[in-house]
Write a protein that binds this ligand. Structure first.
Ligand code: ZN
Ligand code: ZN
Length: 172
């Protein structure tokens, strides 16, 4: 980027979310989320075990597998999902660490597209906009549909590049 060129707000807040994500100790996924009201930063969070409890780097990921019924071309299929359940997701930590009154009408910038559970919670949290960068295709259909039902602005920064050394490979 041209050093004289000022960062736009989307880039500014997403860069902060990526910086926050570097605190995560889960080897599967580093997710950062920030709460923004107007142009004011009101909270930051990343995915991790509860404080004071061994995290994924100490105790290893706690992998759970579950199955979800989906319909594809008129056929019912079971989709297998594997995830680390040791951590509280960044979006959920953000809700734990912020006040309802601060969230009313605010935006969340999150490095990764929220999973269904996080999306469900965010939809009931008072926030009115979610901005993400990396897609999470497994849940995107139902998450996008729910956000439009709720009237929450849900958008992806497609041409965004994270700051170097903050982005990690994601295993799905
Ligand atoms: Zn983990
Ligand atoms: Zn989640």
């Amino acid at each position: 980027m041209n050093p004289d060129q000022r960062k736009d707000w989307d880039t500014y807040f997403m860069d902060i979310a990526y910086m926050v994500s570097t605190r995560s100790r889960c080897s599967r996924r580093h997710v950062g989320a920030v709460l923004v009201q107007g142009k004011k930063l009101l909270g930051t969070a990343y995915n991790g075990a509860p404080s004071g409890v061994p995290d994924c780097s100490e105790a290893g990921c706690m992998i759970a597998e579950d199955y979800e019924l989906a319909v594809e071309n008129g056929q019912e299929i079971m989709i297998k999902k594997q995830r680390c359940v040791r951590t509280i997701h960044a979006e959920q930590n953000l809700l734990l660490f912020t006040d309802r009154i601060d969230r009313e009408g605010s935006s969340v910038y999150v490095t990764d597209e929220p999973c269904w559970t996080c999306a469900n919670m965010l939809a009931n949290s008072g926030i009115t906009e979610i901005v993400y960068h990396r897609p999470y295709p497994k849940d995107t259909g139902k998450v996008t549909a729910m956000m439009s039902q709720k009237g929450i602005v849900f958008r992806r920064l497609e041409s965004y590049d994270p700051p170097r050394e903050t982005a990690t490979e994601i295993e799905n």
